[in-house]
Design a protein around this ligand. Structure first.
Ligand code: ZN
Length: 282
């Protein structure tokens, strides 16, 4: 299938991870990643869409058939680190080892060609720019790891909001940000997609499509898990308000996604297909 960049492109993606594995004694909670992934696959099938699944290396250990299920339907598997440690907390050596393990685990589970990477919590910043060199060494062709705004966690404001070639072989495709001069936050994934009023989300899709930009996204299994037990999520500094947001409006994700599909009729394509368009200069 051929795509034209002039169409509305929605780079729907899932950060495929199991939060239970990052909380104390987490395995006592119900496993749900397999079921939730199947739900995402059903959503994608409904629109005859192909998406990218940025997958953490410990997923195949707990869900051995999942990688094959996803690839069998023509979606892309990409890397999302082995242990979900932010790049800013690793040395170059540790980053390389972790990523190599991530790749080995995914290849052993049936992944075909790993050319894409997303850093945990968008943690490539000006200070960890060296990560692009490691990614190139390991054969990656794109990364989607930069949040191009000032942000309490990570963020690289000066990066700019368009995809950029970091060297001859590697694209960085930063996460899409909400329209507006203030509150430059993501809008098309995770907690923001559930929490922001739909009006802002719609406006931001419109804003970027008018500029002929593809919209990137990141959804997690937990974003649609309406039956998950209550526990403190990892990587939010035990902040109970933020933890409430982690559970906020999970049932609203599909209705919102269907509305986006109705209003903008975007083509959902993999990041891999998208960088082919970028390389063709479209
Ligand atoms: Zn993640």
């Amino acid at each position: 299938m051929k795509f034209d960049k002039k169409e509305n492109i929605f780079l729907f993606s899932v950060d495929l991870e199991d939060v239970r594995l990052r909380v104390n004694d987490g395995l006592r909670y119900k496993p749900s990643v397999e079921k939730l992934t199947e739900e995402y696959l059903d959503f994608l099938n409904l629109y005859k869409a192909k998406a990218t699944f940025f997958t953490v290396g410990d997923i195949p250990k707990h869900y051995p058939d999942l990688i094959k299920t996803i690839t069998a339907e023509g979606h892309e598997i990409a890397c999302h680190s082995n242990k979900h440690i932010p790049v800013t907390r690793q040395s170059e050596e540790e980053f390389r080892d972790d990523l190599q393990r991530n790749m080995d685990n995914l290849y052993n589970a049936g992944a075909k060609e790993l050319i894409g990477y997303r850093a945990p919590t968008y943690s490539i910043t000006k200070d960890t720019e060296w990560a692009f060199g490691v990614l190139t060494d390991l054969g990656f062709k794109y990364s989607s790891s930069v949040l191009p705004a000032k942000n309490p966690l990570y963020g690289w404001k000066e990066f700019g909001e368009d995809p950029r070639k970091m060297n001859t072989d590697l694209w960085e495709i930063p996460v899409s940000l909400r329209e507006g001069r203030f509150f430059k936050v993501p809008f098309s994934g995770g907690v923001y997609f559930r929490f922001l009023p739909f009006y802002f989300i719609k406006k931001s899709f419109n804003f970027h499509y008018n500029k002929n930009r593809a919209i990137t996204s990141y959804f997690h299994p937990y974003d649609i898990d309406t039956e998950q037990e209550k526990f403190m999520h990892p990587e939010i500094n035990d902040n109970w308000i933020y933890n409430k947001l982690m559970y906020f409006n999970r049932k609203g994700v599909y209705p919102r996604l269907h509305k986006i599909m109705d209003i903008f009729n975007p083509s959902i394509i993999t990041y891999k297909s998208y960088i082919e368009l970028l390389n063709e200069g479209k």
